[in-house]
Design a protein. Sequence first.
Length: 204
Amino acid sequence: MAGDFQKKSRSALSSLPFRVSRAPLADEGYTREQQDLLTFLHNLVLQNPELAVPEIEAALVEYPALPELRNFMYTALQKMGESERAYEAIEETVRAFPEYLFARIAYAEYLIFFERLEEIPRLFQSRFELELLYPLRDVFHISEVISFYYIMGRYYFLIGKYSKFEFCSDLLNELEEDDQRARHLSELREQYYAALYRVIISSS
């Protein structure tokens, strides 16, 4: 299908039981006005987070049921260096929209930063694959896949599950090797192999 990634044989991507799409996925139930607003605010957060915050606050009054707005608030506050307010915002988002993937990912970032790794399984209901978290879906956007497997890769690295970490690293490199998250996992991988090599050399 056009816009989908071609799965290579014997690759991390080929093992996924769902399709990964570059094309935007339909936002079911969103009006054109809501979709345009989300696009506008997404761009504004990236370009001018200080200006985005009051715009997001106004949008939340009108559309409190849009989880993307709260995630935009978290991102804007992070970019402004308002970490405490950002964490409060993402905690509220997870409570209000526990099934929203990007809120889960952002909160996992928070848990990793504060070394609260033991809380991550509960956050993801001990379902560490997208198809287990969302069994009714058979296609995910590339942004969802990269964001999810990046945070999973970091988690696996920190708890010492290196084969699972390597899968996440391989997958991100197949999808978008120039993405900074793919590069970050590759750097962690190099660190791991360098440390492993030193251990082997010192014990020989």
